[in-house]
Design a protein around this ligand. Structure first.
Ligand code: COA
Length: 183
């Protein structure tokens, strides 16, 4: 596997990247159609950067980075790995590439939102406003291995929630980490 700049890849690879946004997400939900996915890819490439994990002319996964707060913060968005190639370190490799590039571009903070749009975590269906810190402290997966577990394994910490972001009782979960710097 190699990791390369997605912007430099031929049209056929970029098309696979759009297809993966439609087909590679199940829960949380992905992009509804190829048109919306291609627009998302164009937006990421125009506003930030993206890396592809490649095996010859097959796209195994990809990750994007988008600047926020004048580039002091970079958002990891999106990330997807082919369903038949998961749990082999590809997601971790892509996140490492994202972190390196964001750091080179001046990031201090790396951030992301991971939706719970289908009842996969303890944050679903509860009144988050009643005690947001407690709900975050008690966050747990309900058995379906929501991606917050993956990000937590990679050092990301839950820094907040957006209640009802995906409809009543279906929040977005915000996670961040500091950029590692060799000082
Ligand atoms: C989330 C996703 C990118 C992970 O990619 P991956 O290539 O399978 O992940 P890796 O193999 O690099 O996993 C790194 C570590 O996280 C763990 N991990 C991966 N997915 C996990 C999950 N859903 N739950 C718990 N742990 C997980 C792995 O076991 C591995 O652990 P290790 O440190 O013991 O080796 C992939 O499952 C995916 O594309 N999902 C669909 C799209 C999606 O949900 N994207 C994120 C939305 S915000």
């Amino acid at each position: 596997m190699t990791i390369a700049d997605l912007a430099d890849q031929p049209r056929a690879i970029r098309r696979q990247a759009a297809v993966l946004l439609v087909e590679g997400f199940d829960r949380p939900k992905g992009w509804p159609d190829l048109h919306a996915a291609a627009r998302e890819l164009d937006h990421v490439l125009a506003s930030g950067f993206a890396f592809a994990a490649l095996e010859h002319d097959l796209l195994l996964g990809w990750i994007g980075g988008l600047p926020q707060y004048d580039g002091r913060v970079w958002e990891l968005h999106p990330l997807v790995v082919r369903p038949d190639r998961r749990l082999r370190g590809i997601g971790r490799g892509l996140v490492t590439a994202f972190e390196g590039e964001a750091g080179r571009r001046g990031a201090r903070t790396l951030t992301l939102g991971t939706d719970d749009d289908s009842g996969q975590t303890s944050l679903t269906g509860v009144d988050l406003y009643s005690d947001i810190p407690r709900h975050i402290a008690e966050l747990r997966d309900l058995g379906d291995r929501h991606p917050f577990l993956f990000y937590r394994r990679l050092g990301y910490v839950v820094t907040g929630v957006m209640p009802d972001a995906n409809g009543p009782g279906r929040p977005d979960i915000y996670m961040s980490r500091a950029v590692r710097r060799e000082e």
